[in-house]
Ligand binder design. Structure first.
Ligand SMILES: CC(C)(COP(=O)(O)OP(=O)(O)OC[C@H]1O[C@@H](n2cnc3c(N)ncnc32)[C@H](O)[C@@H]1OP(=O)(O)O)[C@@H](O)C(=O)NCCC(=O)NCCS
Length: 224
């Protein structure tokens, strides 16, 4: 069984309307199609890596290669978990977006960073907030994170809105180069104490299959 060798495939997060889990290859292909169809208004540039600015096929391939790279390069002290976002009612016939958590030296530092995207037609219905809450429940309530971070451009109102709703606070800025352009992002931080106050979001999330994945996150010595 694949899940014996790679238990992360059995890790599942359920929220009221969504299931978050690692996608299998055919499901990643479908996710690539979502990216190919468009994740944002073409006038917006929400990502530091301008991967959505290529053509549809380039976007789809970027999603596939990114998925395989994150699995292939996975290490307990340096990991990125790209969870596909599936509507529970199956109405879309597959995933509609992705929320990624990543960390370095998580066992020591206990901080995760998140990023996410949804197909354009699914924006503005609270799905981004619900998916982020699911990822945060995994990080805080099951992996013992002390803080979750995200970096977002100051004009990305939707992403800023998700973080604001979930109680993140401003934690400085970053300046990065995108080509010849210097871009400013807000660094936002949510502490475990602030997350514990979010009782309704927490109680709406169920996480299963995490126990057998703890070693993957560097939280227990690998099984012999
Ligand atoms: C960022 C993203 C995942 C947010 O998901 P979403 O489902 O659209 O967001 P939500 O519906 O949960 O909205 C969260 C809050 O932000 C607000 N918001 C959403 N879109 C907004 C917009 N375009 N302008 C202003 N506020 C906005 C919402 O009103 C909501 O707050 P409220 O409930 O108090 O009204 C999604 O918009 C997306 O995929 N964007 C393109 C990719 C991207 O920018 N990713 C993040 C890179 S850092």
């Amino acid at each position: 069984m694949l899940t014996d060798a790679w238990p992360l495939f059995a890790l599942t997060i359920e929220t009221e309307r969504l299931t978050l889990r690692l996608p299998r290859d055919e499901e990643v292909a479908r996710l690539g199609q979502v990216a190919a169809d468009g994740l944002h208004d073409p006038a917006d540039r929400p990502f530091l890596t301008p991967w959505t600015e290529g053509g549809p096929q380039a976007r789809a391939r970027f999603v596939l290669q990114g998925h395989w790279a994150s699995l292939g390069e996975w290490r307990p002290d340096d990991w990125a978990l790209g969870l596909a976002v599936f509507p529970k009612d199956g109405s879309e016939g597959g995933a509609i977006g992705r929320v990624t958590l990543w960390a370095r030296d998580f066992a020591v530092v206990r901080e995760v960073t998140t990023s996410s995207w949804l197909g354009l037609e699914h924006h503005g219905r609270g799905i981004g907030t619900e998916a982020r809450a699911g990822a945060l429940a995994l990080a805080f309530d099951h992996l013992g994170a002390v803080a979750a971070l995200t970096e977002v451009f100051q004009d990305n109102h939707a992403s800023q809105g998700v973080s604001r709703k979930l109680g993140y606070v401003h934690d400085g800025i970053s300046r990065d180069a995108r080509g010849e352009e210097a871009l400013v992002s807000d660094r936002l931080r949510l502490t475990a104490d602030a997350w514990r106050e979010r009782k309704s979001e927490r109680s709406a999330v169920t996480v299963s299959g995490v126990e057998q994945c703890l070693a993957e996150f560097g939280l227990r010595g690998p099984e012999a």
